[in-house]
Design a protein around this ligand. Structure first.
Ligand SMILES: *[C@@H]1O[C@H](CO)[C@@H](O)[C@H](O)[C@H]1NC(C)=O
Length: 226
C-alpha cells in the first residue's frame, strides 16, 4: 500500500512538472535582464557577429571569463546572452520574446540544460535542448549554430548531463548545427572531472576553465567564421 502511494506520488510529481520545451518566464529581476538583452539586440543589431546563449556558465564570461573574452571575443563583435539559473524553457521564452529578432550573427553558440538536471528526465532535457536549437534557427535562419555539449559537473548530476549529451549530439547536421563535445576537455584521462578548471561548486568555471573553453572551441569557430 505504502509503495503504491509512493509510486502514485512520483507519477503525479513528474506529470506536474513543467515541460522543458514549453516557454516559461521567471521573476521580475529576470524579466528586466531579458529586457536588457532585447535592448542589446536593438542597439547592436548590425554589429553582432557571434552570440553566446545560455545560463550562468555563459553569463560567467562577464566574470571569471572576462579577460579571455576581452582578448578573443570583443574584437570579433561578440555578444553575451547568458542568464544565471536559466533552464531550457526560460531560454525558449527569451527567444520567443524578441531577444534575437533581426540578428544575423555568423555564429551562435549554445550551451544549455545543466539547470534542468535536478528536475527533469534525460529525455525531456534533450527535448528541451532540441527545441531551443530549433527556436534559435527560426529567429536566425542564416546563422551557424555551435551546440556545445553540457560540461562535466559534480555527481550525482554529472552522470545525468553526460547522458543528455549522448542524445543532443545527434542534432549535428554539419550544415547549420555543429555539435562540439566539451566533455573530454574538462575530464582527466582516468575519467574524473578536472576540478582545477572549476570553482568550488564544481559546476561553474574559473578563469582557466574559460581559457579551456575558448581553446577547445577555437578551431570550429574559426572554420565557421570563414
Ligand atoms: C530598454 O530600452 C528602453 C527604451 O530605451 C528603456 O526604456 C528601458 O529602460 C530599457 N530597459 C532596460 C532593462 O535597460
Amino acid at each position: 500500500m505504502l509503495s503504491l502511494i509512493v509510486v502514485t506520488a512520483l507519477i503525479l510529481g513528474v506529470s506536474a512538472q513543467n515541460h522543458p520545451w514549453d516557454p516559461q518566464p521567471r521573476d521580475a529581476g529576470w524579466l528586466q535582464h531579458h529586457e536588457r538583452f532585447v535592448n542589446q539586440t536593438l542597439a547592436h543589431m548590425k554589429e553582432e557577429q557571434i552570440v553566446f546563449v545560455g545560463d550562468s556558465i555563459t553569463e560567467g564570461w562577464g566574470g571569471n571569463g572576462k579577460a579571455v573574452w576581452a582578448k578573443y571575443y570583443t574584437p570579433r563583435h561578440t555578444f553575451n546572452y547568458g542568464i544565471g539559473g536559466d533552464r531550457t524553457e526560460h531560454v525558449i521564452y527569451r527567444i520567443q520574446h524578441k531577444e534575437f529578432d533581426g540578428l544575423k550573427p555568423k555564429v551562435t553558440i549554445l550551451m544549455i540544460g545543466t539547470n534542468n538536471a535536478a528536475s527533469n528526465t534525460v529525455e525531456d532535457i534533450a527535448h528541451g535542448v532540441e527545441e531551443t536549437v530549433k527556436e534559435l534557427l527560426v529567429k536566425m535562419p542564416e546563422t551557424k549554430l555551435i551546440l556545445l555539449g553540457v560540461f562535466p559537473r559534480a555527481e550525482p548530476l554529472g552522470a545525468k548531463v553526460k547522458q543528455v549529451n549522448t542524445i543532443i549530439k545527434k542534432l549535428n547536421n554539419d550544415k547549420n548545427v555543429f555539435w562540439l563535445d566539451m566533455w573530454s576537455a574538462y575530464e582527466s584521462a582516468d575519467g574524473h572531472q578536472k576540478t582545477e578548471l572549476y570553482v568550488s561548486d564544481k559546476l561553474h568555471l574559473n578563469e582557466k576553465g574559460y581559457e579551456v573553453w575558448q581553446q577547445t572551441m577555437e578551431p570550429l569557430l574559426k572554420k565557421l567564421l570563414n
